[in-house]
Design a protein around this ligand. Structure first.
Ligand code: GUN
Ligand code: ZN
Length: 447
């Protein structure tokens, strides 16, 4: 039995913070620790108490003065776009056609998919992200590569093959029947295997015919415990094109509603230009709108309106949306989220940012019993944050006096350099990933 005591300043959320002073929404322990055994949190609390509980043969990882939080959760990104981040100069539809639909064709090759999957998982870990929800390419082998790389690392990951049967190059399209059959086989192979969860993934209404949407509907009905993911209302030209393809639908949201795809496991990327009626449909069905701030700024898509979601009682989460998103870092993502909401006249408190990256996103995935907080029995997915990870941060931190200030500095200035360690199911993975990558580049140099 392996027992590990992870020591540092422990911060974990209990509820959504209702303001900057809402100390009841979180638990913060100055000399704290998390006791981990066999990949699970046994308990978190005062170091002194847990040291006694841990027993003499427990190993201690002393991370003082760093912060210890549950691992970050990213609720929307594209694994085949790892090498297409920072593709210049276009809005959504042109960007997809010019860059993304070219890049994703490379994933027909299993070796390429496997190599990118390795790098993708290490990039997440390097940024403190322990669970993510990703689109794979249309090729089933890309899903195998994705879940295999996650399984090697013991990560809880969600993903699925994109279903797309029109408005894309032939090399990237399936057919309604093929999309159904391949998805079905992948669900049987991966869903519930270890820590893997499947997401049925019709890319968006533009790239799926009504026949394919009907197939997605059948899959959702047959696999109610799978996630569903798609894109909604990201860009004005996209909305006009999608609604022209489904003239019978009342609006973009109604396209997905008509095919029975809206439920409390549905994650809808972007949701920027929705009417009040559409947001209430999301609220009624429990669907989640996914706020992707770096992507929305990068593609010039628009500003997510969080307050309208909250007012309607609609669920929302946050995500990087790599590769339209410009960073794997959830810290950088919350920095941009703060600025987007600022432009809308809305405030995002530092406590709310850290709630969103952890428990908030876990709740959006209905996984809060497993991840997103450091409660007894939770999966030991943990991030260790160094608030002085960059020299300018170290200098700024000298004048910080409160936890709220420190968290705000972390989200505003922080990136992967502030992730001192990432534990996946109780195992330290960041330093391991760095060593693996160094070894791989040494190997390349000798070839
Ligand atoms: N809509 C459909 N596909 C995509 C994608 O890959 N990225 C973004 N940002 N929006 C999309
Ligand atoms: Zn996306």
């Amino acid at each position: 039995m392996n027992t590990l005591l992870i020591r540092g300043r422990v911060l974990t959320f209990l509820a959504e913070p209702q303001g900057i002073d809402d100390a009841a929404s979180y638990r913060y322990i100055e000399d704290g620790a998390v006791l981990v055994r066999d990949g699970k949190v046994v308990a978190s609390g005062d170091y002194a108490d847990l040291q006694t509980k841990a027993g003499a043969d427990a190993e201690t990882a002393d991370h003082r003065p760093h912060l210890i939080l549950p691992g970050f959760i990213d609720t929307h990104l594209h694994f085949p776009q790892t090498q297409a981040i920072a593709s210049y100069g276009a809005q959504l539809l042109e960007w997809l056609n010019t860059y993304i639909f070219v890049e994703e064709q490379k994933f027909a090759h299993a070796a390429h998919a496997a190599a990118v999957a390795e790098r993708f998982m290490d990039e997440l870990i390097s940024n403190g992200t322990t669970t993510a929800v990703a689109y794979c390419s249309v090729h089933p082998t890309s899903v195998d590569a994705y879940f295999a790389a996650a399984e090697t690392r013991g990560m809880r990951m969600i993903g699925g093959k994109v279903m797309m049967d029109r408005n894309a190059p032939d090399a990237l399209t399936d057919t309604p029947q093929q999309g159904y059959d391949e998805t079905k086989r992948l669900i049987e192979k991966w869903h519930g295997r270890g820590r893997a969860h499947y997401a049925i993934s019709p890319r968006f209404a533009i790239t799926s015919t009504p026949e394919q949407m009907a197939m997605a509907q059948a899959l959702v009905a047959e696999h109610p415990d799978c996630y569903v993911q798609t894109h909604l209302s990201e860009n004005r030209d996209e909305i006009a094109f999608a609604t022209s393809l489904y003239p019978e639908a009342k609006n973009y949201t109604d396209i997905y509603a008509r095919y029975g795809l809206l439920n409390d496991r549905m994650l809808l990327g972007h949701c920027i230009h929705l009417s009040d009626r559409e947001i209430s449909v999301l609220a009624e069905t429990g669907s989640v709108g996914v706020f992707c701030p770096t992507s929305n700024l990068f593609l010039g898509s628009g500003l997510f309106d969080r307050d309208r979601f909250d007012a309607a009682g609609a669920r929302w989460s946050v995500a990087t949306d790599v590769g339209a998103g410009t960073s794997f870092s959830m810290l950088e993502t919350m920095d941009e989220a703060y600025k987007v909401l600022h432009l809308r006249g809305q405030k995002l408190t530092p406590f709310n940012s850290f709630y969103r990256m952890t428990l908030g996103n876990a709740r959006a995935l209905k996984l809060e019993d497993r991840i997103g907080s450091l409660h007894d029995g939770a999966d030991a997915d943990i991030v260790v944050l160094d608030s002085s990870g960059k020299s300018a941060m170290e200098y700024r931190m000298r004048t910080a006096t409160t936890l709220a200030e420190e968290l705000f500095i972390l989200q505003t200035m922080g990136d992967d350099r502030c992730i001192a360690e990432t534990y996946v199911a109780g195992k330290p993975m960041k330093t391991k990933a760095a060593k693996r990558q160094a070894a791989a580049s040494r190997l390349l140099e000798t070839v």
